[in-house]
Design a protein around this ligand. Structure first.
Ligand SMILES: *Cc1c(COP(=O)(O)O)cnc(C)c1O
Length: 354
């Protein structure tokens, strides 16, 4: 919790554990977080929330996105807090007639969900109306360029934060329990507004960067590593090709190791002939196309260094080996995406160990 030390001690952490805790396994992550005192959680949909409740995750669970009105009974039964996306949606929740906990999303410039903060009067009016008619326990907004420290983007973030502050101040007499606007990136370049009392942390909690350009505070390390094994080792001759589509040709005699991990495990196919894995403290480049369930890597350098490569040897896909480390952020950068997408993409068939 190094990062939360940047904020006032009274600031509560809402742990964002949507998408199975960014692929890390939501139930286990929540158990660990509960053990260190976290009582607020956020997920993307009601199924994720119910899964947590069924595994005895207590505290506040906020669904950040849309829930079909047909599911209101379950929201109520499991004590789940629902985001109100619009006035129209709030009205539907109200008409269900159940005492469902809710928080209003406030749109300050992302144009995704929420009441339009720029129209302060209407925004205030709607919040007041539903604070009366619903079990409203919070308001929040979401920042869309908080991960960037360019002048223009910092200005935009500041504008978003100010709009949110204005709305929050106008309804401060309602004494709403949860007022929040910061995601992981928010705390990197922006001061937490006084009126807020909680921060929503996702990616940084897992030790990854909101944007590849960011530098994380010292001591924040990725919590996930992803390992596989060598399933076969062989030598190939100059001129031979490797894999589907024959996209790689050996220009000399090479040692090749096969690894039983492929794109069905969430190992991105666009890393074909681009990415690398770590083996015995060496980088082993991926050669040929990544298959659904397997891939091939070049271990020539390792063999030439006099090291054995054997079936069953550990292969690090994400993590550390010797002096090298490969992170989900590195992998994302290689193929023009973000670490978020890499870890969220590790598929269910990869067993998680804690
Ligand atoms: C995903 C999400 C977060 C967490 O974002 P990070 O960048 O992972 O910290 C926070 N708030 C909302 C509304 C989100 O959708």
């Amino acid at each position: 919790m190094i990062y939360s030390k940047l904020f006032a001690p009274s600031t509560e952490v809402m742990a964002v554990v949507k998408a199975d805790a960014y692929g890390h396994g939501a139930v286990e992550v929540c158990r660990k977080l509960m053990a260190i005192g976290v009582e607020l959680f956020a997920v993307s949909n009601i199924d994720e929330a119910i899964e947590l409740r069924k595994k005895d995750i207590t505290g506040e669970i906020l669904v950040l996105g849309y829930t079909s009105i047909e599911c209101v009974d379950e929201l109520y039964r499991y004590g789940i807090t629902q985001t109100l996306l619009s006035e129209e949606y709030a009205e539907k929740i109200k008409n269900a007639g159940l005492d469902i906990k809710c928080q209003f999303a406030i749109d300050t410039g992302m144009n995704r969900i929420g009441l339009n903060a720029a129209d302060e009067n209407t925004c205030e009016e709607i919040i007041r109306k539903y604070a009366d008619e619903l079990n409203l326990n919070g308001i929040f907004t979401h920042l869309c360029v908080a991960d960037s420290d360019s002048f223009e983007n910092k200005e935009y973030t500041q504008k978003q934060v100010s709009l949110f502050e204005t709305v929050a101040e106008r309804v401060s007499d309602l004494k709403l329990r949860y007022i929040h606007c910061m995601n992981s990136a928010g705390g990197l370049f922006c001061k937490l507004p006084k009126i807020t009392n909680c921060i929503r942390l996702g990616i940084i909690m897992y030790g990854l960067k909101p944007d590849t350009s960011n530098i994380l505070p010292d001591g924040i390390e990725p919590v996930l590593s992803w390992k596989s094994v060598v399933s076969m080792v062989k030598q190939i001759s100059c001129g031979e090709s490797i894999g589907y589509g024959r996209t790689f040709f050996a220009e000399k005699t090479m040692w090749i190791a096969t690894i039983p991990t492929g794109y069905a495990d969430g190992y991105r196919r666009d890393l074909s002939n681009k990415g690398y894995v770590l083996l015995h403290g060496y980088k082993a480049p991926i050669v040929g196309r990544i298959c659904m369930d397997q891939m091939m890597v070049d271990v020539t350098v390792i063999k030439e260094a006099g090291q054995d490569v054997n079936v069953g040897d550990e292969v690090v896909l994400i993590g550390k080996s010797g002096e090298y480390q490969i992170t989900a952020d590195d992998m994302g950068e290689m193929i023009g995406t973000i670490g978020y997408e890499i870890v969220c993409g590790i598929s269910k068939r990869v067993p998680r160990k804690y």
